[in-house]
Design a protein around this ligand. Structure first.
Ligand SMILES: C[S@@+](CC[C@H](N)C(=O)[O-])C[C@H]1O[C@@H](n2cnc3c(N)ncnc32)[C@H](O)[C@@H]1O
Length: 211
């Protein structure tokens, strides 16, 4: 089987979308949102990891139209909650509709604001934090995430590879530099044990092992 065939096979078997998730993706297209949400496979990987640690309180940075948030909140117990941060009013409006249609509005708090200021004002502990917004400030998001995360909690970050730009030495743009420094921190910080799942554009997964 070729790679796309294998990927389709895995998605159809392990990460099939129900009608709600498919409709949420369709609403992204209808509202002209960029197609930069996670893939169903990533959604299922995140879902499995959250279930594995019994996550109840999760923070997401970068909501877009709510696609990943729905994968996340579905992994939580009935009293579990997700806080998700989104700077764009337009994206947030689409996400709020998505949360209504998924029946999860009562368990998701969407904060319409810039990520860093919001993270700085939050109080932990969180069981898991998913970073999926702008990449240049990732080292600063890292510092806040480590403050907010409980021991045994998960730190997740999308787009590790930045479409291959991460290893292009000549690419010194701010997003690439932010991601490189974030990856270095996650890989070398003794408080974490981390790995990269080579799904789509790369998903960094880490457990905080000590304070
Ligand atoms: C890759 S998309 C998120 C995709 C979403 N997690 C999903 O998979 O469905 C990144 C989002 O982060 C938002 N964003 C970018 N910079 C931000 C910032 N500094 N603070 C808050 N949101 C930001 C963008 O508006 C965009 O909606």
């Amino acid at each position: 089987m070729s790679e796309p065939e294998v990927e389709r096979y895995v998605t159809e078997l392990f990460a099939p979308e129900d009608a709600v998730l498919a409709a949420v993706r369709a609403s992204h297209r209808e509202s002209d949102l960029p197609g930069i949400h996670i893939s169903p496979q990533e959604g299922k990987i995140i879902h499995v990891l959250l279930r594995a640690i019994g996550a109840r309180r999760v923070l997401e940075v970068g909501t877009l139209g709510g696609y990943s948030a729905i994968w996340i909140v579905r992994a939580l117990p009935a009293d579990g909650t997700l806080i998700t941060i989104e700077a764009s009013e337009k994206h947030a409006a689409v996400a709020l509709d998505a949360f209504e249609s998924a029946g999860v509005s009562d368990r998701v708090e969407l904060i319409r604001s810039k990520a860093l200021d919001t993270m700085r004002a939050l109080t932990g502990p969180f069981d898991a934090i998913f970073l999926d917004a702008d990449k240049a400030p990732l080292p600063r998001y890292y510092a806040e995430a480590m403050r907010l995360l409980r021991v045994g909690g998960l730190l997740l970050c999308d787009n590790t590879f930045l479409d291959g730009r991460i290893t292009r030495a000549s690419d010194m743009s701010s997003d690439v530099q932010g991601m490189r420094e974030f990856n270095r921190l996650a890989a070398t910080d003794a408080r974490l044990t981390a790995a990269v799942v080579p799904v789509r554009d790369g998903l960094m997964v880490a457990v905080k092992v000590t304070d």
